[in-house]
Design a protein around this ligand. Structure first.
Ligand SMILES: Cc1cc2nc3c(=O)[nH]c(=O)nc-3n(C[C@H](O)[C@H](O)[C@H](O)COP(=O)(O)OP(=O)(O)OC[C@H]3O[C@@H](n4cnc5c(N)ncnc54)[C@H](O)[C@@H]3O)c2cc1C
Length: 420
């Protein structure tokens, strides 16, 4: 008998989980808003560790308007070349590419995975405008704001960092588990055309031949918080992100209960970065509206499940963006759950599956969290006592992932790592 599974949230994790689970089970997804794929939202790096799982499941690169990551450029604050590294995971690990994509397009393709007739199993039932307001993990029941209720053998909380399911699983106010850092990012979009007036950015100007991420630190060395990242998001576009210390925005973030402040004056961004970065870098912020994002994550939780409810993705373990792995570990979660539940026919087996799921995923996610903190220079006191994770160690451990079956059997893909 298929299990009846209710997923809260139709973001990256919810739709991926629906895709991986529908082959065997009866899946309903509750989304608080309306899915709108026309928004010009932010770019995501979908790295080989999760992209190979999606490719194998039938996700089509051609539906993503994406570019394949081939390079990481380290530049000085005057855009001088420091180091150019090959980052083509196809060559480095003999496996899947890592791609850069707009979030909305990835979400649209994941909706096809969850509901399209070409995938095995019955399409998941996606219910929009269904904001989950209460969850009873013991009963397997969920209530939405408009008074509807849903019952399942399993409730999956894929409802992001402010997860309502997390508060039910933990039995406490979720704000206690959200960590906020003294760092924020300014983010803007630009097109490759915008770069053409500055020959110093020729290396970024043709993403069809080479695409990736350019990282420039302020002069005071790599361990300071101020840096500018620029990366492609499509064959035509890029995103620029400036990391800086959080000074005056905390109050606005707190009082508006938001993690994003739209349309920050460009002059404010210029004022922040112009003292350390050349005009070319600062000008990258002049091509579109600039938004400010607060950097947060979820502190390690004592558990990700209770009764019939399980947390995945940001709801369980949101990470800071520094290692570019938030959506990747979320997709890994979804695949692992699909694998662990593929032969389950009775709700009686669910408690053991939830334990196995957390045991399989917890250390891996903690490793990503630690590396993200190291890159952002925001380590906890405990993390500071540990040796730094090297880029090679991170790549071998994370980018070579081949899914839950191999992880459980201890078979990681042999890391044919080429020196860069
Ligand atoms: C600016 C930015 C840049 C990022 N860049 C990267 C990157 O380059 N690489 C990377 O790997 N990760 C990146 N991330 C992180 C990545 O986006 C997240 O880790 C990933 O989206 C997590 O997926 P999720 O499904 O857990 O949450 P989400 O994708 O946030 O989805 C949560 C869904 O739940 C819905 N929801 C919330 N509450 C309720 C409710 N009460 N009832 C019903 N539905 C609800 C929401 O509307 C949403 O659709 C970035 C994030 C941000 C903000």
């Amino acid at each position: 008998m298929p299990l009846k599974i209710i997923i809260c949230g139709a973001g990256i994790g919810g739709l991926s989980a629906a895709g991986f689970l529908r082959a065997k089970h009866d899946v309903t997804v509750l989304e608080r808003g309306e899915l709108d794929f026309t928004v010009n939202d932010y770019g995501l790096s979908v790295v080989s560790n999760s992209f190979n799982l999606l490719e194998r499941a039938g996700i089509k690169t051609e539906n993503l308007d994406t570019v394949v990551m081939t390079h990481v450029w380290q530049r000085g604050p005057n855009n001088e070349e420091l180091k150019t590294m090959h980052f083509d995971t196809r060559a480095r690990f003999g496996g899947a590419p890592s791609v850069l994509v707009k979030r909305a397009l990835l979400q649209k393709e994941l909706l096809r995975f969850a509901t399209g007739p070409e995938f095995s199993g019955a399409p998941a039932n996606i219910i929009q405008n269904a904001k989950v307001t209460r969850v009873d993990p013991a009963a397997g029941k969920v209530w939405t704001e408009d008074g509807r209720d849903f019952e399942g053998d399993l409730i999956i909380g894929a409802d992001g960092i402010h997860s309502v399911v997390r508060s039910a699983v933990l039995g406490e106010d979720i704000t206690a588990s959200i960590r906020t850092y003294n760092t924020l990012t300014f983010m803007a979009q630009l097109s490759v055309e915008d770069l053409k007036s500055d020959p110093g950015f020729a290396y970024l100007a043709d993403p069809t031949t080479q695409a990736g991420l350019c990282s420039a630190h302020a002069n005071s060395g790599p361990r300071v918080n101020k840096r500018i990242l620029t990366y492609h998001t499509s064959p035509r576009g890029l995103q620029v992100v400036g990391y800086t210390s959080e000074n005056e925005f905390s109050e606005i973030f707190d009082s508006a209960k938001t993690a994003i402040i739209r349309d920050v004056p460009v002059s404010r961004v210029v004022e922040d970065f112009a003292p350390e970065f050349a005009e070319g870098f600062v000008n990258l912020f002049r091509h579109s509206q600039v938004d400010a994002w607060r950097i947060r994550d979820v502190a390690p939780l004592s558990t990700w499940f209770s009764g019939k409810a399980l947390l995945i993705g940001d709801a369980a373990h949101a990470v800071t963006p520094h290692a570019g792995q938030g959506c990747n570990v979320t997709i890994e979660d979804a695949e692992a759950l699909g694998y662990l539940l593929k032969d389950v026919e009775s709700p009686d087996a669910i408690p053991e599956v939830l334990q196995r799921f957390m045991a399989l995923r917890k250390d891996r996610v903690a490793f990503v969290t630690r590396r993200s903190h190291e890159l952002g220079n925001i380590q906890t006191e405990e993390e500071k006592t540990k040796e730094l994770i090297t880029p090679e160690q991170f790549a071998r451990t994370i980018y070579t992932y081949q899914g839950a079956e191999k992880a459980l059997s201890g078979q990681q893909m042999p890391p044919a790592v080429r020196p860069t």
